[in-house]
Design a protein around this ligand. Structure first.
Ligand code: SF4
Length: 696
């Protein structure tokens, strides 16, 4: 829906579309029909509360960036494998010619090898459901290869569902009623700033304590009363030791355990051996610190765990997250206001997405590829191809797998294949776009209509375009519909505008009209207190939280998974050849690779650096700013060292995701991250990497 062409500056409401649990309610200054000024958080939204991150506050520099793509491009030069061959590789063409070329290539590929040779590929560059998920409609109608979306939520979701049984939890607004907030395996200062607003309220009003569990001293950990600096991948051991101590201290709520959980003698006996000394040997956290944390947690009924995603991004990540989710079930913290836990709220919105995703045309027998294994799929790993043809045509929207996916070398090699036709629809010339055959310029969220849900809060938001699209830029929805027409794909969703899809989806889901939600700015979908706290039972057998995880229910690949919380040693353990464990954490000013193009973010981040404990630096003979080579079996890269004492000596951290091109040899941090799937149903293991380091 085109915005009003008013020339009077005014603030219009919108929603942040980026891959962040906060999904902030925004107010965007429109300076003219095609120009934005300031962006600020909506003060009257109870979750956003007027606070947004700096990267989005300076969004004008991204929307009006001189390097925004503004015309369709066709490759004229050779594809390179370096990911930076933008130079004279492309020529400008018309939209008609570009869409015709894509359709022709897809039809040819289908004729030659069948529909499953075409792989539409997407993720969360925008979290708006219409613009993000419409590619699924094209896929299902055309019977193109499916995408098993694993890169972000598969591992933590499996862990959360194993215990709680539903992707929902206690409203984050209750944090202000908490006496202890535990941020476990996340860094909201960098990645979800609004959590800190609510924690600050609790600290000010109630003197609440903040405890952080994280392998390094993040911005959040630096503000904490207690920081448990675990080795990456050992959170399950820490949680099991805390349960041991809660039992020993008499802090377990026996009535709650009996009424609301599957607790029994076998489970109780399991925790007899998970002592603080046992956990210290695994986690590297001194037993005294574990005991101090358990005392605090056990003594505080109003304790709220904000469960992060980060610590689940490991081979043993689902098991670790399940272990952490057990803590409020031991103390019965779920029963009180400000108590319990939240990982994500995806289940509360109850949306019927049949029209958007073409679910009425989904055929589960069509092969599905694991999204996190982009490199192995494109380079023809037989296990991934499942006996079918190679992928010879892709359409990429909303993601930049050349830098984001594990095993970068294989991703780049796959994208560089001469026999692969790639169309990338993007806002900037990313490293994925630079290896495409056709590049299409995309709108930003300020230039199109959509609706948004959030995992970090409870508001459903509808947003209309704030400014007219930049010349020649088209939305994902428009491109999908235009391609559908050329490809002979028929579905009512291809005949509707983006706003009509929002309206129809809200109507089909039993929500108020989209226009009403837009005018009201948001619709609070929070569950009543009893439901959000699972006081009427957990959606599990017998209504009971499960300490005893049924991993077979969670996914096919469950062999060997431990039923009870503890330390599962399916991980990339450090050894003599690779003595360090690497955490590839998110940088504060980037969001995946989004914002790596904006000057404000680039200035703040400086350059890629590896944080190494000063003792390790001394042993390696590395000085501040010195170059080191970091590697493992997958390859190696060169990076500058930053001595940092907020990490255990055997752990190193690289905040990212920097483009590959920001590194000396053109390979970024995900070159070292394995594409091996986490159990029980896939998931990228970004923080489960053993490496060696040598000074240069
Ligand atoms: S905190 Fe997250 S949702 Fe809010 S503006 Fe920043 S990126 Fe967007």
């Amino acid at each position: 829906m085109p915005p009003d062409a008013s020339a009077t500056p005014e603030f219009l409401h919108s929603t942040c579309p980026h891959d962040c649990p906060s999904t902030c309610a925004l107010e965007v200054e429109r300076l003219a029909a095609g120009r934005v000024g300031k962006v600020r958080g909506a003060k009257d939204n109870p979750y956003t509360a007027g606070v947004i991150c700096a990267k989005v506050a300076r969004y004008a520099e991204r929307v009006h960036h001189p390097e925004r793509l503004t015309t369709p491009l066709r490759r004229k030069g050779e594809k390179g494998a370096g990911g930076s061959n933008t130079g004279d590789a492309f020529e400008a063409i018309s939209w008609e010619a570009a869409l015709d070329a894509v359709a022709e290539a897809f039809l040819k590929a289908e004729q030659r090898l069948g529909a499953e040779t075409v792989w539409p590929y997407f993720y969360a560059g925008t979290m708006g459901h219409v613009q993000r998920d419409g590619i699924e409609r094209l896929r299902h109608v055309k019977r193109y290869a499916r995408q098993w979306s694993t890169i972000c939520t598969a591992l933590p979701e499996a862990g959360w569902l194993a215990g709680v049984g539903l992707k929902a939890g206690v409203d984050a607004r209750e944090i202000e009623h908490s006496d202890l907030v535990v941020v476990w395996g996340g860094n909201p200062v960098s990645t979800q700033v609004n959590v800190m607003t609510h924690i600050a309220k609790a600290r000010k009003a109630r003197g609440a304590k903040l405890a952080v569990v994280d392998p390094y001293r993040t911005g959040t950990a630096a503000q904490a009363d207690l920081h448990l600096m675990v080795k990456p991948g050992t959170d399950g051991a820490l949680a099991a030791a805390v349960i041991h101590l809660l039992l020993r201290q008499g802090a377990a709520d026996r009535d709650y355990l009996a009424k609301y959980t599957d607790w029994n003698g076998e489970i109780e006996a399991h925790f007899a051996d998970t002592t603080p000394a046992w956990a210290e040997a695994i986690t590297g956290v001194p037993a005294a610190e574990i005991e101090a944390f358990a005392r605090l947690y056990g003594a505080t009924k109003r304790s709220y765990i904000r469960v992060g995603y980060g610590f689940a991004r490991a081979r043993n990540g689902a098991a670790n997250l399940h272990a952490v989710s057990c803590l409020p079930a031991v103390t019965g913290a779920w029963q009180v206001e400000g108590g319990g836990a939240l990982w994500g709220n995806g289940a509360i919105y109850r949306l019927d997405k049949t029209l958007i995703e073409g679910l009425d045309r989904l055929d589960p027998s069509v092969r599905a590829f694991d999204q996190s294994r982009f490199g192995p799929v494109l380079t023809g790993d037989p296990k991934d191809l499942q006996g079918g043809p190679p992928v010879t045509a892709i359409l990429v929207q909303n993601t930049n797998p050349a830098a984001v996916c594990p095993e970068t070398k294989r991703c780049l090699a796959g994208l560089a294949r001469a026999d692969l036709f790639a169309c990338v629809h993007e806002q900037f010339m990313t490293e994925t776009a630079a290896l495409a055959d056709i590049v299409l310029p995309a709108t930003t969220f300020l230039e199109h209509d959509d609706y948004y849900t959030a995992s970090g809060h409870t508001f459903l938001q509808a947003a209309k375009a704030v400014i007219a699209p930049l010349p020649e830029c088209r939305s994902n929805h428009e491109v999908i519909c235009a391609l559908a027409k050329r490809l002979g794909a028929r579905h009512p969703g291809f005949e509707m505008t983006a706003w009509e899809l929002v309206e129809a989806t809200f109507a089909a889901s039993g929500h108020p009209p989209a226009e009403t939600v837009w005018q009201d700015r948001w619709l609070d979908c929070a569950a009543p207190f009893e439901q959000a706290h699972f006081l009427d039972g957990f959606p599990q057998p017998g209504g009971r939280f499960r300490f005893h995880a049924d991993w077979a229910k969670a996914g096919r690949d469950h062999a060997g998974m431990p039923a009870l919380p503890g330390h599962w040693t399916r991980w990339d353990q450090a050894d003599a050849a690779r003595p360090f464990r690497l955490v590839a954490a998110p940088a504060r000013s980037y969001l995946n690779t989004t914002f790596t193009e904006t000057p404000g973010s680039q200035k703040r981040e400086g350059r890629p650096e590896i944080m190494i404990h000063p003792q390790t630096c001394a042993k390696l003979g590395v000085e501040a700013g010195g170059r080191v080579r970091v590697g493992n079996d997958l390859g190696s890269l060169v990076i500058h060292a930053r001595p940092f004492d907020g990490v255990q000596p055997g752990v190193v951290v690289v905040e990212s995701i920097w483009p590959n091109g920001a590194f000396e040899e053109g390979l970024g941090i995900n070159a070292l991250v394995s594409a091996e799937a986490g159990q029980p149903r896939g998931g990228a293991v970004f923080h489960d990497t053993a490496v060696w380091i040598e000074a240069l």
